[in-house]
Design a protein around this ligand. Structure first.
Ligand code: NDP
Length: 241
């Protein structure tokens, strides 16, 4: 059944692949982004998916953004909390600004966004929420105390919200990607990739954004109604949680 789906950070990287895959599966999709207008316009031209600009770390901006999407497309039944950032540095050098930016964008956003749609999902007795966490929220990562804390928080959020809404036809799940072949990872020098990163991945390759997107489409579907509170690990065998 076609649903209205909103993908935060849905214009680039993994989010763009998720937006396209949800559209291909028949859903009416909206993609949000933070500020990269040219990437968003390019994405819109290529895909025909409408784009919306707001900051997911702001509760009020999320309220206004969701209101606009719902006015344009209808009530949101599928929410993919994908937007995320990194501000890496060793903890003993980390500023409060780096901490707050990462916590508010990667974890605060789950409250800011999900709070806008949960009452409607409960009233309609249907909802699919997928939170994009990270392998580094499962295992920790040097230089990423802020990011690892936020991404681990995403998993706790997923489990508790799943419990509260399991009877209401709403599922809440997390996906933890490993190294995915996005712009961020493509910027890593080839020799670093080959000598330091690929040896960590038993599959001996990076993941593709489309491989995350296919899992999201599955979790967002009607058939996945018995899967809730789960954490799906997609990392080529790098970390077996
Ligand atoms: P990208 O940097 O390629 O894209 C991020 C997207 O999120 C962009 O659309 C960006 O908008 C948007 N965004 C960032 N901050 C905000 C904000 N404050 N408000 C609204 N939108 C925002 O990210 P990836 O595709 O690499 O990552 C997507 C998710 O997957 C993230 O949560 C990340 O932590 C997670 N992840 C990624 C991995 C990887 O290997 N790439 C591995 C594990 C997890 P704009 O274009 O305007 O900047």
């Amino acid at each position: 059944m076609a649903r209205v789906a909103l993908v935060t950070g849905g214009t680039r990287g993994i989010g763009a692949a998720i937006s396209k895959a949800l559209k291909a599966a028949g859903h009416a999709v909206a993609a949000s982004y933070a500020g990269n207008d040219s990437a968003a316009e390019r994405f819109k031209d290529e895909t025909g998916i409408p784009v919306y600009k707001w900051d997911v770390s702001s509760f009020d901006a999320c309220a206004a953004g969701v209101k606009q999407v719902e006015a344009d497309l209808g009530p949101i039944d599928v929410l993919i909390n994908n937007a995320g950032i990194t501000r890496d540095t060793a903890f003993h050098k980390m500023t409060l600004e780096q901490w707050n930016a990462v916590i508010n964008t990667n974890l605060g956003s789950l409250f800011n966004m999900t709070r806008q749609v949960i009452e409607g999902m409960r009233a309609r007795k249907f909802g699919r929420i997928v939170n994009i966490s990270s392998i580094n929220g499962q295992k920790g990562q040097f230089g990423q105390v802020n990011y690892s804390a936020a991404k681990a928080g995403d998993i706790g959020f997923t489990k508790a919200l799943a419990l509260e809404n399991a009877r209401g036809g709403i599922t809440v799940n997390a996906i933890c990607p490993g190294y995915i072949n996005t712009e961020m990872v493509q910027a890593v020098p080839k020799d670093v990739l080959e000598k330091a990163i690929l040896p960590l991945i038993p599959c001996n390759r990076l993941g593709e954004a489309e491989e995350i997107a296919r899992a999201v489409v599955f979790l967002a579907g009607e058939d996945a109604g018995f899967i809730t509170g789960s954490t799906l690990t997609i990392n080529g065998g790098q970390y077996m949680a």
